[in-house]
Design a protein around this ligand. Structure first.
Ligand code: NA7
Length: 547
């Protein structure tokens, strides 16, 4: 899978400084498209990635059971019908290996590799006010001088992998899911512990439960889950979804979440029986539709959210049966859909297996990793051979705050975002001229959307903006403080009206100690956000100072 292809190294000698028009950080979904767009515009552009190949999220997250929760046929680039139609998914929600192959297919089809430097980490990026350009340094000792810095680092690429004292002392193997090795990990017969039951932990647990000797799942916060229906595709199925290409091009960018479905009716317009029937019907769809397109009111109205939450709890109870498991695994103190809802396949049933044990660490937290296993606060040591940390990410900001990024006057993004997470539409940050961002906070691409829909829109906005600047003979762009303030206020107002703002989760950054709280994703909807971005472009980038 990993063909180890390395793009060409900087062209002008080992000690020299290469000069680019644009440097893209990341060769995942956003980075590949951004590179393609900017290169097509005639810019001298290069993408850098610390991985040895393309894929981003789908390169790193190769843990057992890793797969889409978005349908493969909508997790797609929509700018080229040929690119879309020449790839065929084998099933509705494909797995990581197939997704990684698809990303390689995209890179090859667009001939992107020659402009990507792999196995290279960007360590710092400093803005030079005199030249209006960025000086970027890599872990290979290279220096690159670039006019534009475009970050395509993904919203979930900074793993929370250093959480417990003693991790290094563990005698067995310990892996964070986002750093899963390329070599197969032999789980057969082993005593395995999984920490975390987010979307990732759930996929791991349901996949390995039957393979391992014993499995201990360390459960802190219960999680609403929805069963996935994941049929294999026949050639006819593939033809049928491909025939909808134009429809997807139309629909996806304009729905609330960038998925193919949208809210259709208001809660108040239906009788209780009709509501129930609608919930049952959507539940049977086996997708994220119950969350993202059942009733918009679940995000705003506590009573309605509670009713839909109870519907999901009922479904979970019927499968779990066991009272202790129900208490541990079914949420009661937050509402369905106020943070990421995972899809699953026989995940709950895994807990009914004799070799699987759910260990509550809610009131008895994990205190340390010892040479033998995981130790909880009461002193118990759970002896293990393998520990899987499905412990999530420093979402939206972590990828950038782990790079030394300095803007005007030497200001540090790590320090700025350490105080207050602010962006202008998730596309630029005041104080950091000529830096464009994707998948960062205050845009839908920070959480609540089908990522490809949102990332394509952002990449297109960025390349259009750069094109405009070149046509206007402008060289530097930066949102004004006022524009950013207005966007932050609008974002906060929109987010504050939702129940998302009342739920502790990574959607608010509450999984990272010390991280300033703010709902990361723009909650006004993908279509609305797109429209607002379009208006900015049509106005000649009003609110963005250009020189
Ligand atoms: P998540 O959704 O952030 O889940 C992380 C899980 O790890 C969650 O259950 C956490 O419990 C648990 N966790 C984290 N730290 C601890 C400690 N110290 N003790 C016990 N349990 C802990 O990450 P995922 O990778 O599953 O999903 C992230 C996104 O990737 C997902 O939304 C998809 O979009 C893809 P907690 O809830 O904090 O109590």
């Amino acid at each position: 899978m990993d063909n180890g292809t390395n793009g060409s190294a900087p062209s002008n000698g080992d000690a020299g400084t290469e000069t680019l028009d644009a440097l893209v950080i990341g060769a995942g979904v956003a980075g590949l498209y951004q590179l393609h767009l900017l290169r097509s515009q005639g810019l001298k552009v290069r993408a850098y990635d610390s991985a040895s190949n393309v894929g981003g999220t789908w390169y790193w997250n190769r843990y057992p059971g890793s797969k889409f929760d978005s349908e493969g046929y909508i997790y797609q680039y929509l700018f080229s019908e040929d690119l879309y139609k020449d790839w065929s998914w084998s099933q509705r929600f494909p797995g990581q290996e197939e997704i990684e192959r698809w990303m390689n297919y995209v890179a090859d089809r667009l001939d992107l590799r020659k402009d990507i430097q792999f196995s290279t980490k960007i360590e710092s990026a400093h803005y030079n006010e005199d030249t209006g350009r960025w000086t970027v340094r890599t872990d290979r000792g290279e220096t690159i001088d670039t006019q534009f810095l475009v970050t395509c680092c993904g919203m979930l690429s900074a793993p929370m992998d250093d959480l417990f004292p003693g991790q290094d002392s563990f005698k067995g193997q310990i892996f964070h899911t986002a750093k899963w090795p390329h070599e197969p990990v032999d789980l057969a017969g082993k005593r395995v512990g999984v920490i975390g039951i987010g979307a990732t932990g759930i996929q791991v647990i349901q996949t390995i439960a039957s393979e391992v000797g014993s499995l201990k799942v360390f459960v802190r916060t219960p999680q609403y889950v929805l069963p996935m229906k994941n049929p294999k595709y026949s050639p006819q199925d593939v033809e049928a979804y491909k025939a909808r290409f134009k429809e997807f091009q139309e629909i996806l960018p304009n729905t609330f979440t960038g998925f193919e479905y949208d809210f259709e009716c208001a809660w108040a317009d239906l009788t209780p029986e009709e509501r129930r029937a609608r919930l049952e019907d959507i539940y049977e769809n086996g997708s994220l539709k119950l969350w993202l397109a059942s009733f918009a009111e679940i995000f705003f109205v506590e009573e309605i959210s509670e009713e839909v939450s109870e519907f999901v709890r009922e479904k979970m109870r019927a499968r779990l049966k066991d009272e202790r498991l129900c208490d541990m695994l079914i949420p009661t103190d937050y509402w369905f859909g106020t943070h990421r809802v995972p899809l699953e396949s026989n995940y709950l049933e895994a807990y009914l297996r004799p070799n699987v044990e759910a260990v509550s660490v809610k009131d008895n937290p994990i205190e340390a990793v010892t040479p033998e296993g995981i130790q909880t606060a009461d002193g118990t040591v759970h002896e293990l051979d393998i520990i899987v940390m499905a412990t999530g990410f420093d979402a939206g900001t972590g990828a950038l705050t782990r790079i030394d990024i300095r803007g005007r006057g030497g200001r540090s993004l790590t320090e700025d975002w350490g105080r207050d997470i602010r962006t202008t539409m998730g596309l630029q940050v005041h104080g950091y001229p000529n830096m464009f961002t994707t998948a960062v906070p205050l845009a839908p691409s920070a959480a609540l959307c089908n990522m490809t829909t949102c990332l394509q829109q952002q990449a297109e906005w960025i390349s259009d903006c750069i094109q405009y600047m070149r046509e206007q003979n402008r060289t530097v762009i930066e949102p004004t403080a006022e524009t950013e303030e207005n966007w932050v206020a609008h974002h906060d107002e929109t987010a504050g009206a939702t129940l998302i703002a009342k739920t502790t989760s990574w959607y608010l950054g509450s999984n990272v100690p010390g991280k300033p709280r703010r709902v990361l994703s723009y909650c006004g909807g993908v279509g609305t956000y797109r429209q607002k971005c379009k208006e900015v472009a049509q106005s000649g980038y009003e609110g963005f100072a250009m020189q």
